[in-house]
Design a protein around this ligand. Structure first.
Ligand code: FES
Ligand code: FES
Length: 916
């Protein structure tokens, strides 16, 4: 027996179990590591996220807070116990059917909390469900479909849709990868490691800016025999740098001598799990000498500021610029001009799955199984770091428990790869919640000044915009933000004269990177809230003002681009008109009653260019048919919960003309799937979907040619027989013709959206298509307390073609919840909010009802007209909420988040006649 261990008998999912265990260990760890229940997820180890929820004697508990010593004689139930004989429980079935699982990392915890409720209350109401699930966080769904699934699982569920050939696009199919998510068998980065995997632990700077030096590392190794390896920059065989934009790669795997942000890696230890877990980082021989940090762009831009990087002496990483017409003169001659200064802070992605994965050395190559949004980019960076050819690196993305942009950058991959390479044993890592929050990228904090003018009839005449974005210590996606923002800062409106600048500035803070919208949510706050003031200034209805100025087909954008089709903003705005009118009247009537509550209604519009800005971003899809009739889709677009595994298969199936259910999916794997690019910038449905469309059509052509059938023939696949109208081929007879992948028929097609570079004035065609949308928010605010509650959101989005409406609604509900967080509660402060109890994200009790209105204005490049949706859904929420607050109370908050204390202070100032 292990020293200090106790022997326990318990019942686990109905089966008697005995184990010897250290009574102080967390039940979550014991379930995962000792009892094989990896469906129990760990998001925080602190009782904040609820991902680890299990039933202990029938009651839901956070397993991370339960010491193993407490479970003797208890009955424990985990997600693994819900299905019987391979049949999903009704609750699991409901989650699948309703689209309640996106990334799926919160799903086991949600299911167990719901299971406890349903045993007590078989037909619960919404309030009971919200109450029962209030301890479990979900960052993807906005909770709406989870609540719906729990409420409706007592009723007869509709059967799963089995789309016929040609009927997959537009169908509300269950996620093709959904079953493992509701069973708890999906493999995330921390799951299914090889037995005996060594643990890696990264040692990080406790200071924002520090010089550091190591003590005697050889003596440390000698004195700590359980630690197999110590890694520092000196151990990196290749380039000690990585970065998502190769020419600007500047982030070291391990800092050398100088740490530039709190949480930067300086070294790592590798050893047996128990040794590494017990290691006290204070015992590591490293001495830090704190240096004065630059924490704000204002300080970093001061003429005498110390450069964060020697090669960027002014601390400016990059500047973006767009100019069209003569905005200064236009504003001078405008009938009304409004202006304002705005600020937003760091926003944390707060996915429930902290970064995790393992690597192993396989026959002279290195395999990395980890959460990522960008396997090909990981491979390129790792090859340079490891000084290996790219062919020697295999990236196998795990299921990703939420990404939202931060899992585009390398995080754990170099540490596990290096450790596995040097030890020749599998090596893994699971970031702690604090480590994840302090070391991975954030949404850029912004300082924005904007002026906008209009004629007295409400026609926009010009705008100037100046944004400074805190890009942190390293480049990450700072250039992308700086270049994207000026293109988008006008909003989706005709703006004849325009100038926008965006500057990404280095500071000694965690790198800012990609987060759903790449800076556009911040610029939309400025532009859309000023629009309300401008509409008021010219005496025009705020929604009518937007409709009047909305871009239409043939109009030039601020970069001079014009689309002859696919411009859906006007339809989105007009779709809000009925709610706008009814709800504003209702709010006014409510407010006339007096009391401490006021209601208000706000709207905001958005546009978002799908894919990279003025850069090639191709995707390739391969599809093939084997001699035994197996139809395989090589789908390399990483599904981080948004649904690409399903949507891309739907597109390819209809292009091919066979039922989507015939596909065997090969998920992203750099050895097995062609490069489908990164999952970012709302590009997977649009770009990879278009590649899937082409691949499906090409495969169909090849089959029909061989069958000697016409282009309209109906294809069928019966076992290993391929048929079209009157012709048939026994595929087995073609086995000798199989290609290198084993296919007797195959196609591989690429799509790269056409764009042109921007000139010195930012003129050009940066995107092949935009997504469009508009949100309406109805809020209620307590005048005494400053508490704001969003009652309802109505969200109209032009997705071009809704390939799977359930998945699009899920994006809208989840993205708008993140927008609500940006507006009202989320601000990451390095060193202060590095956990999920100080950093607040919307809970099930914070999110409003959301009504999605799907507009379909097809795009000529998109597959079946589809456009991206992932970033679009977050952008208008925050300004719509702020506009509703102003509508209700007259107060203006320009420093986000609009927390109750800020609202309260602004209300106080308004009451006492001070500045708003
Ligand atoms: S892991 Fe237990 S509550 Fe987060
Ligand atoms: S589905 Fe809930 S966190 Fe992703």
């Amino acid at each position: 027996m292990i020293s200090g261990a106790v022997s326990l008998d318990l019942t686990l999912n109905g089966q008697p179990r005995s184990l010897d265990v250290d009574p102080r260990r967390r039940l979550s760890d014991v379930l995962r590591l000792d009892l094989g229940c990896e469906g129990v997820k760990v998001g925080c180890d602190a009782g904040d996220c609820g991902a680890c929820t299990v039933l202990l004697d029938g009651e839901p508990v956070c397993a991370c807070l339960v010491p193993a010593g407490r479970i003797g004689g208890c009955e424990i139930e985990t997600v693994e116990g819900l299905a019987r004989d391979g049949h999903l429980s009704r609750l699991q079935e409901a989650f699948l059917r309703k689209g309640a699982a996106q990334c799926g990392i919160c799903t086991p915890g949600m299911l167990m909390a719901a299971e406890a409720l349903l045993r007590r209350t078989p037909s619960p109401g919404i309030a009971e469900v919200e109450d029962a699930l209030s301890g479990v966080l979900c960052r993807c769904t906005g909770y709406a479909k989870i609540v719906e699934a729990v409420c409706e699982c007592a009723a007869a569920l509709p059967p799963a849709i089995e789309a016929e050939a040609g009927a997959a696009v537009g169908a509300r199919l269950d996620r093709l990868d959904g079953r493992p998510k509701v069973l708890g068998t999906d493999r995330f980065g921390a799951d299914s490691w090889p037995a005996g995997t060594l643990l890696v632990r990264v040692l990080r700077s406790p200071h924002h800016h520090a010089r550091f030096s190591f003590g005697d590392l050889d003596a440390f190794r000698r004195d700590n025999p359980g630690i197999r390896l110590v890694l520092t920059a000196a151990d990196i065989p290749g380039r000690n740098l990585h970065g998502v934009i190769p020419p600007l790669a500047d982030q070291p795997v391990f800092a050398t001598n100088i740490a530039r942000f709190k949480g930067e890696a300086v070294a790592a230890i590798v050893g047996e799990r128990s040794v590494v877990e017990a290691f006290d980082p204070a015992a590591f021989p490293v001495a830090f000498e704190p240096l004065a940090p630059l924490l704000e762009p204002e300080a970093a831009l001061a003429p005498d500021a110390t450069p964060v990087h020697e090669n960027r002496p002014d601390n400016v990483l990059v500047k973006g610029f767009v100019r069209r017409g003569e905005p200064e003169a236009a504003l001078e001659n405008a009938d009304a001009v409004v202006e304002g200064s705005f600020s937003t802070g760091f926003v944390e992605h707060a996915y429930i799955e902290p970064e995790a994965g393992f690597a192993r050395r396989v026959e002279g190559r290195i395999e990395v199984f980890a959460c990522t949004q960008a396997p090909q980019m990981d491979r390129e960076d790792l090859a340079a770091i490891m000084e290996l050819p790219q062919e020697a690196i295999r990236i196998i993305p795990s299921s990703v428990g939420g990404g939202f942009g931060a899992k585009l950058d390398l995080s754990l991959q170099p540490y596990v790869a290096l450790a596995a390479w040097l030890t020749n044993e599998p090596c893994g890592i699971v970031y702690s919640r604090g480590e994840s929050m302090m070391s991975t990228t954030k949404r850029h904090p912004s300082r924005i000044v904007a002026r906008i003018g209009a004629k007295s009839d409400g026609t926009l005449v010009g705008m100037t915009f100046d944004g400074v974005f805190n890009t942190g210590a390293y480049a990450s996606w700072g250039p992308t933000v700086a270049n994207r923002v000026p293109v988008h800062a006008s909003g989706p409106y005709r703006m004849p004269a325009y100038q926008a600048r965006a500057t990404a500035v280095h500071t000694h803070t965690v790198p800012s990177g990609a987060f759903r919208g790449f800076g556009v949510p911040q610029s939309a706050v400025a532009q859309e809230t000023l629009f309300d003031e401008l509409a008021d200034a010219v005496g025009m209805d705020r929604l009518a003002f937007r409709i009047r100025n909305a871009l239409e087909a043939g109009d030039a954008t601020v970069t001079g681009q014009s689309f002859s089709q696919g411009v859906g903003i006007r339809r989105c705005l007009e779709a809000l008109l009925p709610d706008w009118e009814i709800r504003r009247k209702a709010a006014a009537a409510f407010n006339r009653e007096g009391g401490v509550l006021r209601r208000g209604v706000g709207v905001a519009g958005m546009w978002y260019g799908c894919g990279n800005t003025s850069m090639s971003n191709p995707s390739t899809i391969r599809v093939g048919l084997k001699a035994d009739g197996t139809l395989v889709l090589h789908q390399g677009a990483v599904d981080i919960g948004q649904g690409s595994n399903t949507v891309i298969a739907q597109i390819c199936a209809d292009a091919l003309g066979l039922p989507v259910g015939r596909f065997t999916l090969l998920g992203a794997d750099t050895d097995l799937t062609p490069d489908a690019g990164k999952t970012s910038a709302s590009r997977q449905t649009f770009v990879t979907g278009a590649a899937a469309l082409r691949a499906g059509r090409r495969l169909r052509e090849r089959m029909l040619l061989r069958l000697n059938a016409g282009p309209q023939a109906t294809l069928r696949l019966e076992g290993s027989t391929l048929l079209a109208d009157g012709s048939a081929i026994d595929l087995a007879e073609l086995a000798g013709e199989a290609d290198a992948h084993g296919y007797v028929f195959a196609a591989e097609e690429m799509f790269d959206p056409p764009t042109t570079p921007l000139d010195a004035n930012g003129q050009g065609e940066p995107y092949a298509a935009f997504g469009w949308g508009a949100h309406l928010a109805e809020i209620e605010v307590d005048l005494e307390l400053g508490l704001l509650r969003v009652r309802d959101l109505v969200c109209a989005h032009d997705a071009g073609r809704a390939i799977n409406p359930t998945l699009i609604e899920g994006q809208i509900e989840g993205g708008s919840a993140q927008g609500l967080g940006l507006a009202l509660m989320e601000e990451f402060i390095p060193g202060r909010t590095e956990n999920l109890h100080d950093y607040l994200i919307p809970t099930i009790g914070d999110v409003p009802r959301v009504r999605s209105i799907l507009i379909e204005e097809p795009d000529a490049h998109g597959p079946y007209g589809a456009k991206g949706i992932g970033e679009q859904v977050l952008i208008p929420t925050a300004p719509a909420i702020l506009n509703a607050l102003r509508d209700a109370t007259g107060i203006v908050i320009r420093d986000l988040p609009a927390t109750p204390d800020k609202i309260h202070a602004a209300l106080q100032r308004a009451r006492t006649g001070g500045a708003r």
